[in-house]
Design a protein around this ligand. Structure first.
Ligand code: PGA
Length: 255
């Protein structure tokens, strides 16, 4: 992990009403009371953001949205702008999640615009990349990731790349219960870090946190976190229950 502060982020996807979200946060706040040196982020659906923002005020939990539009405002029915996310209390935003790429047409070019728009408002993008099973089996993992990073970060200045959090999420490991092994994940994370160092310089390579995502649970977090280039996790299913998510956040005590 080096000097990089670990991040544990929960992606709630399309789960939880406002009431359920508030109950979750009240439970979580108690369960993480003693946790130090871990950046804790939750990403509720849009409708719960302001309610959660109120509940986490003054505490260690940070708020992320799951997506954003790249324009500050305009005639884009159904969309949410970076400014609106700030207004709702967000500090982070997930960009390019594989479900957005698969079901909602988010291409690398769109992802790039979204990253730029988030950074322009000082929102920290959690930039998701990852290969499908087919791509892994065809030994295209590294070329797919290279393309996702080079196109996704194409117009982003190295000084801004520094602020981004990257989440490596192999699509075949998301929601399947099939986690990448610690070695498989570390191999890819070190590739990503090398890419950042080569393209954006040593400082960027050293600073950027690279999270692993895909069936992370309390049982496998400690092993993943022990890997040199894994700086945290983006957690889906296991982030929906406060007691389970809190066990992941408490990973330093499992090491
Ligand atoms: P999962 O989802 O933990 O349920 O596999 C991870 C994600 O989609 O971010």
């Amino acid at each position: 992990m080096g000097d990089r502060r670990p991040v544990i982020a929960g992606n709630w996807k399309m789960y939880k009403t406002g009431k359920e979200a508030v109950e979750f946060i009240d439970d979580l706040n108690e369960l993480i009371a003693g946790v130090m040196d871990v950046e804790i982020v939750v990403a509720p659906p849009f409708t719960a953001l302001p309610l959660v923002a109120k509940r986490i005020k003054g505490g260690p939990v940070r708020l992320a949205a799951q997506d954003l539009h790249w324009e500050p405002e305009g005639a884009y029915t159904g969309e949410i702008s970076p400014k609106m996310l700030l207004d709702a209390g967000c500090s982070h935003v997930i960009v390019g999640h594989s479900e957005r790429r698969e079901y909602f047409g988010d291409t690398n070019a769109i992802v790039s615009r979204k990253i730029k728009a988030a950074l322009a408002e000082n929102l920290i993008p959690v930039f998701c990349i990852g290969e499908s099973l087919e791509e892994r089996e065809a030994e295209k993992t590294f070329s797919v990731l290279d393309k996702q990073m080079s196109e996704g970060l194409e117009t982003i200045d190295s000084n801004d790349v520094k602020k981004i959090i990257i989440a490596y999420e192999p699509v075949w490991a998301i929601g399947t219960g099939r986690t990448a092994s610690n070695e498989q994940a570390q191999e890819v994370h070190s590739f990503i870090r090398r890419y950042l160092t080569d393209r954006h310089g040593e400082e960027v390579g050293n600073i950027v946190r690279i999270l692993y995502g895909g069936s992370v649970k309390p049982e496998n977090i400690a092993g993943l976190m022990a890997a040199a280039d894994i700086d945290g996790a983006l957690v889906g299913g296991a982030s929906l229950t406060a007691s389970v998510f809190a066990r992941i956040v408490n990973f330093p005590y499992l090491l």
